[in-house]
Design a protein around this ligand. Structure first.
Ligand code: ATP
Length: 503
C-alpha cells in the first residue's frame, strides 16, 4: 500500500497534477503547487461542492471573505489561546514530533500485537477457530488489551487540559523511541500554536500583529449580520465559503493530506436553538450522500463520531475515506452551538442576534458546520482512481479512473495522422465542443501512445479522426475505462459526452 502511494505521488508530478512548491529550490516542506491538470481537477471538485451546497439550496448563499482578519477575531474564537499541538523533540535526531501522535502510534502497536496473535491462531486452527472466544480468553491477547486500554485511558486524561507533564511521563513509561535515532532522549512537551503571524502596517510604531486564518469559518461568523440583513435571510439558513487556510503543522506528512497552506470548503448552517441535532443529522446524511454520488465505492467511507468534544460543541463526526494509509478524515461535521456568534458579540460589543418574526424575539442562532479540505478530497479522488491494468495483449497501462465530471480534460480529439487535412478536421471538432466542456487536441506520436497519455490524466473520452471522417463525418469514440470503441457521427458527440460529464 505504501508503494502504491509513492507511485501516486510521482504520477501526480509526472502528469502535471501536483508539484512541490518552489521545486527548482528543492521544494518547501508541506507546501505544494497544482499543475495544469491538478488545477482543473481541483476546480471541478470545488464546483461540484458549490453547486450542491449553494446553487441547489435556496436557503444557502456564498461569500468570499479575506484571509487577513482583525486580530481580535482569533482571540474571540479561542485560537490565540488554544489552537495548539503538544510538541516534543528528540535531542539526538533533533526531530520534532507531536506528543499525541507518538502515543497514538503506541496504542496502534498494541492493536497490531493483538491482531497478530489472532491471525496466528486463525491460521493454526483453521475452520474450527472461534475468534470471539479467543479474543476473550487468550492470556497474551488479554495482556495486550489491558495495556492498550490503560494507555488509552491515561492518554485521554492527559489530553484534557492538556497536561503536558503527564504526556511526557506516558512517553517515558512506555519507552517510546524516536524512529530515526532509536533513542529515548526526549525534551519536555510544550505547546505550539499553529497559527502563522505577520505584521500589518508600514511604520514600526503602527504595526499590528495579524494572523493568516487557520480556518475559513470565522470569515463567515463575522459576516453573519451583513449577510442575514442584506440577504433578508430567515432561519434556518447557511453561508458557504471556499478559501485558503494556513496552519503551521508540526509534522507534515502524506503529501497533500497535511499541508501548511491548504484550502477548505466550509458551510455554517444557522438554526433555531434546540433544532441543531436535527440539522446535524440532516447534514451528516446529506454530506455522505454527496461523497457517495461520485461513485468511488460506498464501502470506502465511514463516520467517526467523536467521543471527546471541544468545549463549544455538542456533537461532532468525521467522514473518513479509505486512503492507501488507512481510513482518514476528509470532512468534519460539527454542531458548534452558539459559541462563535456569542464570542464575537462579547469581543466586538455588537449585538449579534437574529430577530425571529414568528416568535417575536431576539436570540443567538445555533450553528452546524460542515468543513471539508479540498486537497484531502483531491487526494482521495486520486488514490481511488489510480489503477494499473494488465491488458489482454500482454501490455499494461496506468489509467486514472476519475469520476467523469471531475476529469481535467473531458475529451481529447486525435487526428490519426498529422496530415491530409485530418488536423484541420480535428480542430474543427474541438472548436465545436470546447465551449461545452474541456476539449483538447493532440496530434503528435502514435495513436497508442496518445491513448496512454490520456488514460494517465483520466480523460474519459478520446475521439479519433481518420480518412473516413472527411467523407462521412463520423469518428471513433473510445471509452477510457472499458477501452471500447464505437463509430459515431460528429454531431452526436456533444450530447453523448455532456450527458456523462456535467456536474
Ligand atoms: P486533523 O485532525 O487531520 O488535523 P482537523 O480535525 O484539525 O484535522 P478541521 O479543523 O476539522 O481538521 O478542518 C476541517 C477539514 O480541513 C479537515 O477535515 C481536512 O479535510 C482539512 N484540513 C485540516 N487541516 C489540514 C491540513 N493541514 N492540510 C490539508 N487539509 C487540512
Amino acid at each position: 500500500q505504501e508503494d502504491v502511494f509513492k507511485k501516486i505521488v510521482s504520477h501526480c508530478k509526472e502528469y502535471g497534477f501536483v508539484f512541490p512548491s518552489s521545486d527548482i529550490y528543492d521544494g518547501l516542506a508541506a507546501v505544494y503547487d497544482y499543475g495544469q491538470n491538478g488545477v482543473e481537477l481541483k476546480n471541478n471538485i470545488k464546483q461540484y461542492w458549490w453547486q450542491s451546497m449553494v446553487l441547489l439550496h435556496s436557503n444557502i448563499v456564498g461569500i468570499d471573505a479575506s484571509i487577513f482578519m482583525h486580530p481580535t477575531v482569533w482571540k474571540a474564537s479561542g485560537h490565540v489561546d488554544a489552537f495548539n499541538d503538544p510538541l516534543i523533540d528528540n535531542r539526538d535526531s533533533k526531530k520534532r514530533y507531536r506528543a499525541d501522535n507518538l502515543i497514538e502510534d503506541q496504542i496502534g502497536k498494541y492493536e497490531e500485537k493483538i491482531e497478530k496473535e489472532v491471525a496466528k491462531a486463525a491460521k493454526k486452527f483453521g475452520d474450527s477457530f472461534d475468534e470471539a472466544k479467543f479474543r476473550e480468553t487468550n492470556p497474551r491477547v488479554l495482556e495486550h488489551q489491558k495495556k492498550r486500554d490503560e494507555l488509552h485511558a491515561r492518554y485521554t486524561e492527559a489530553m484534557q487540559g492538556p497536561d503536558l507533564e503527564a504526556l511526557k511521563q506516558i512517553i517515558l513509561d512506555e519507552g517510546i523511541v524516536d524512529p530515526i535515532s532509536g533513542t529515548k532522549n526526549w525534551t519536555d512537551v510544550r505547546q505550539f500554536n499553529l497559527m502563522f503571524s505577520t505584521e500589518m502596517g508600514a511604520s514600526a510604531e503602527a504595526t499590528n500583529k495579524i494572523y493568516l486564518r487557520p480556518e475559513t469559518a470565522q470569515g463567515i461568523f463575522v459576516n453573519f449580520l451583513n449577510v442575514q440583513k442584506t440577504g433578508r435571510m430567515k432561519l434556518p439558513f447557511g453561508i458557504c465559503q471556499i478559501g485558503k487556510a494556513f496552519r503551521n503543522e508540526i509534522v507534515a506528512r502524506q503529501f497533500v493530506f497535511r499541508m501548511r497552506e491548504f484550502e477548505q470548503m466550509e458551510m455554517q448552517f444557522f438554526c433555531q436553538p434546540g433544532t441543531e441535532m436535527k440539522w446535524f443529522e440532516y447534514w451528516k446524511k446529506h454530506r455522505l450522500a454527496w461523497h457517495e454520488a461520485l461513485g468511488m465505492g460506498d464501502d470506502n467511507y465511514r463516520f467517526h463520531d467523536h467521543e471527546k468534544l471541544a468545549h463549544y460543541a455538542n456533537a461532532a463526526t468525521d467522514i473518513e475515506f479509505r486512503m492507501p494509509f488507512g481510513f482518514k478524515e476528509v470532512e468534519g461535521i460539527h454542531s458548534r452551538t452558539d459559541f462563535d456568534l456569542s464570542q464575537h458579540e462579547k469581543f466586538s460589543g455588537r449585538q449579534i442576534k437574529y430577530f425571529d418574526p414568528e416568535r417575536n424575539e431576539n436570540y443567538t442562532p445555533y450553528d452546524v458546520e460542515t468543513s471539508i479540505g479540498v486537497d484531502r478530497m483531491f487526494l482521495s479522488v486520486m488514490c481511488h482512481s489510480y489503477t494499473e491494468e494488465e491488458l489482454e495483449n500482454g501490455s499494461s497501462r496506468v489509467v486514472l479512473k476519475l469520476p467523469e465530471p471531475l476529469a481535467p480534460v473531458k475529451c481529447a480529439v486525435l487526428p490519426l495522422v498529422n496530415k491530409d487535412g485530418l488536423p484541420e478536421k480535428a480542430q474543427e471538432i474541438v472548436n465545436g465542443l470546447k465551449f461545452h466542456f474541456n476539449t483538447h487536441m493532440e496530434a503528435k506520436d502514435s495513436i497508442g501512445k496518445r491513448y496512454r497519455r490520456q488514460d494517465a490524466i483520466g480523460t474519459p473520452f478520446c475521439v479519433t479522426v481518420d480518412g473516413d471522417t472527411l467523407n462521412d463525418n463520423t469518428v471513433t469514440l473510445r471509452y477510457r475505462d472499458s477501452m471500447k470503441q464505437e463509430r459515431v457521427p460528429v454531431e452526436k458527440l456533444r450530447e453523448i459526452i455532456e450527458d456523462r460529464v456535467s456536474i
